[in-house]
Write a protein that binds this ligand. Structure first.
Ligand code: NAD
Length: 423
């Protein structure tokens, strides 16, 4: 398979990581090479140019992607990312991770991901709307409610999904709620979707705490990222009685060893647009934030934050990966040797896609569930997935990431095995 290690077309650290992980797990599972080979490649990768009329009257052309990794278990599912670093390799790696994540949670989906290389914070609302609508039209070739269903991710939100849904629906001459998930409630969003990823992290942490005999109440928690995932995880853990001793966003971090009042912090962020400057806290850089003394670290911002050069200074005993790919393989090995329990991304942050699945099912049936039903079902799936991974890890003598990937990859491979190769 030597030629397959040439990834120049997909050049990105995250894609390298995704392939290293897959190859390692394929060896452990003793996967037949024909299936392993298919799993290493995305099924489709669409690259589009998105011309947008900017507020100053000039036209700017953005680069966008939609990658579908595997369609063997069902339609594909995955978020849409607006970020200045988006590239084909990163989007492909994230699509691959979505395949393992959906399979691990037992959802009838393959993995996909979308991205546009842009800085959404430097764009006006009108520019973001124009970008989103044109991107939707450009990827219309490959998306659809029974085909590929986008959702929010880094830099996108409910409003982005509403624009996508409206654009797609306008071209169909009817409203198509199932085209995206993570929509506002009024147009077919699901109760509990906004909180789903953060809530899922808390459910995973309940189980980790139970297995490690380390009750959540009183644990010191540091959260990197205070967006959709990080802010909800921080709020729910704070409500569980954890001491949130540090929080950060793109502008930097804040710490207070005695704990930060998350409700007041949310009010501050609503005004200031950042956690920075919150009264009663000390400012720290993002690098310092990760190394603060704490019991639980929740990286919930971007990839490759815990690396070879800082992994031995991480003080937490549990790392719950809210973000996708926040830990490099080298750092993973260091944390493993140091006995840190890492709850891997495809398990810890699966709550988002699980409730997206609920939203999609509700949209297809035009029948909506109460929030209590959503959270109960979410907790069931998260708890089952966590305990399966924990048991497999114990049986195989591996860390949780290896066990989670083994379970996810095994299921996708089984799909390929029974469906065979067309023609
Ligand atoms: P978001 O855009 O709502 O929030 C991102 C947060 O990270 C913001 O607080 C931002 O300031 C911060 N941030 C951005 N760049 C940073 C940097 N360089 N250093 C430090 N902080 C930085 O995004 P989100 O939806 O909360 O997603 C966060 C992560 O969680 C991403 O990795 C995403 O792929 C992953 N994720 C999201 C979902 C979901 O449902 N939204 C589901 C699964 C995984």
């Amino acid at each position: 398979m030597a030629e397959m290690t040439d990834i120049s077309e997909f050049e990105s650290p995250l894609y390298r990581t995704a392939l290293v992980q897959l190859d390692r797990v394929a060896a452990r599972l003793d996967l037949e090479s024909n299936i392993h080979e298919r799993l290493r490649h995305p099924r489709r990768a669409l690259v589009v140019s998105i011309p947008v009329r900017m507020d100053d009257g000039n036209t700017k052309v953005f680069r966008g992607y939609r990658v579908q990794h595997s369609t063997v278990l069902g339609p594909t599912k995955g978020g849409l990312r607006y970020d200045a670093d988006v590239n084909l390799g990163e989007v492909t790696a994230l699509a691959m991770l979505m395949s393992w994540k959906c399979a691990l949670a037992g959802l009838p989906y393959g993995g996909a991901k979308g991205g546009v290389r842009c800085n959404p914070r430097a764009m006006s609302v009108t520019e973001r709307e124009n970008l989103t609508r044109r991107y939707t039209v450009e990827i219309m070739l490959v998306i659809g409610p029974d085909h590929d269903i986008p959702a929010p991710d880094l830099g996108t939100d409910e409003q982005t999904m509403a624009w996508m849904m409206d654009t797609y629906s306008m071209t169909q001459g009817k409203t198509v709620p199932g085209i995206v998930t993570g929509k506002p409630l009024i147009v077919g969003g699901s109760a509990g979707r906004r909180e789903a990823t953060g809530r899922g992290i808390v459910y995973a942490l309940y189980q980790a705490a139970r297995h490690l005999s380390q009750p959540l109440r009183g644990q010191r928690v540091v959260v990197q990222g205070f967006g959709n995932v990080g802010s909800v995880a921080a709020r729910l853990l704070w409500r569980e009685g954890c001491v949130i001793s540090g929080v950060g966003d793109v502008k930097g971090g804040i710490v207070n060893p005695h704990g930060i009042d998350i409700r007041q912090l949310e009010a501050h962020v609503a005004e200031a647009g950042t956690v920075a400057g919150f009264p009663g806290t000390e400012p720290v850089s993002n690098a310092e934030l990760l190394e603060q003394p704490c019991d639980i670290l929740v990286p919930a911002a971007i990839g490759s934050q815990i690396r070879e050069d800082n992994a031995d200074r991480i003080k937490a005993t549990i790392v719950a990966e809210g973000a996708n790919g926040p830990t490099t393989p080298e750092a993973d090995a260091i944390l493993r040797d140091r006995g840190v329990t890492v709850i891997p991304d495809i398990l810890a942050n699966a709550g988002g896609v699980i409730v997206s699945y609920f939203e999609w099912v509700q949209g297809l049936q035009y029948y909506f569930w109460r929030e209590s039903e959503i959270t109960t079902r979410l907790q069931e799936i998260m708890t089952r997935a966590f305990n399966r991974v924990w048991a497999l890890g114990a049986k195989e003598g591996t860390d949780l990431r290896t066990a989670a990937l083994m379970e996810g990859v095994r299921r996708v491979a089984e799909g390929y095995r029974v469906r065979g190769l067309y023609p």
